[in-house]
Write a protein that binds this ligand. Structure first.
Ligand SMILES: Cc1ncc(COP(=O)(O)O)c(C=O)c1O
Length: 321
């Protein structure tokens, strides 16, 4: 029998953190700090809205782009929180989690051999998604002495003629690093000069505690070259509802929609109704319910990055050498 498998998929390893999560979930006494899962449930009235939509028989496909009222609520939210304006009809796409938005963003934008800069440590799926889209991941190793922020020099050093996209994973999983306005201004200047697009994964934007989250799309000249990715999983404890979104220039969103249309059709309808209720009624209240784990890592001889708890992750680590 000939080999039934695609080499480019076989060559990509399974995610280590997911394997670890599966092991830990079988251990009754273990506290898992591994997977980004809020420790409160989706607020009741949001769950209730999902149930109500089922009772009303809203069990059909939605528009491929997502429910119009949800897209509108998302644009209202982005205007309110970040002073960003998007056209709900052409510049917003509802996806199956931020995960799908990352995947179809890469597939909608990359031609074979084009390079994507990925600062690491960061979320596990960027690199495989680039590979599956035929692109070339280029890793930028973030440094502890810079608090794992991306510096202008690190960015400049990684850019080549083939660089097309910079992934900007801040607030960061797992380091908790955030970028401040000054960092974003420097990065934006380089992206404009070098004609690079940004995929800005802002899934932890609402879990920024000391200062207000700023998006790179807010920097002058950047909205037209940024795909902003966000979702409901983390800030609103809706991981299992599988709902996210991408906002960006209409021509990019249109191609992402094509991939989404053929692969997915539309995000889950029940989740879209529940998320619309979430956007309308409880944005702040839910976020303030987010609990933070304080563990005495310092006492155990571990060094803790981000001890000031500016974002949802802290990175405890120990030099075992
Ligand atoms: C940085 C980051 N981006 C995106 C995701 C995907 O989240 P979801 O697909 O649940 O929206 C995660 C999940 O852990 C994440 O940590």
């Amino acid at each position: 029998m000939r080999n039934p498998l695609a080499d480019r998929v076989v060559d990509i390893p399974f995610s280590g953190i997911r394997k670890f999560f599966d092991i830990v979930s079988e251990m009754p006494d273990a506290i898992s700090l591994g997977v980004g899962e809020p420790d409160f449930d989706t607020p009741w009235h949001v769950r209730d809205e999902g149930i109500y939509s089922l009772e009303k028989g809203r069990t059909f496909y939605t528009s491929n782009s997502g429910l119009k009222e949800l897209r509108q609520e998302i644009t209202n939210y982005l205007k309110r929180r970040q002073n960003l304006e998007y056209d709900a009809m052409k510049e917003v796409l509802i996806t199956v989690g931020g995960s799908e938005a990352i995947d179809i963003g890469m597939r909608g934008m990359l031609n074979p051999g084009e390079e994507v800069l990925i600062p690491q440590p960061s979320y596990v799926s960027y690199e495989p998604c680039v590979l599956l889209a035929g692109g070339v991941p280029v890793i930028i190793d973030l440094k502890e002495e810079n608090e794992f922020r991306l510096t202008a020099q690190e960015l400049l050093d990684a850019i080549t003629e083939k660089t097309k996209i910079l992934v900007l994973p801040f607030p960061n999983n797992p380091t908790g690093a955030i970028l401040e306005e000054k960092d974003l201004q420097e990065i934006a200047k380089i992206c404009i000069e070098k004609d690079i697009f940004v995929m800005s994964d802002e899934i932890y934007s609402e879990l920024t505690y000391k200062e207000k989250h700023i998006s790179i799309a807010q920097m002058p000249g950047m909205q037209e070259r940024t795909i902003l990715i966000n979702g409901f999983s983390k800030a609103y404890a809706m991981t299992g509802w599988r709902l996210g979104y991408a906002c960006g220039p209409a021509d990019i969103i249109e191609q992402m929609l094509k991939v989404h249309q053929y692969a997915i059709m539309c995000a889950p309808t029940t989740s879209q109704y529940a998320a619309t209720e979430m956007c309308r009624r409880c944005v702040r209240r839910t976020i303030s319910a987010a609990a933070i784990w304080y563990m005495p890592f310092g006492r155990w001889g571990w060094h803790v990055l981000n001890p000031s708890v500016r974002s949802t992750y802290s990175l405890p680590f120990r030099n075992l050498a």
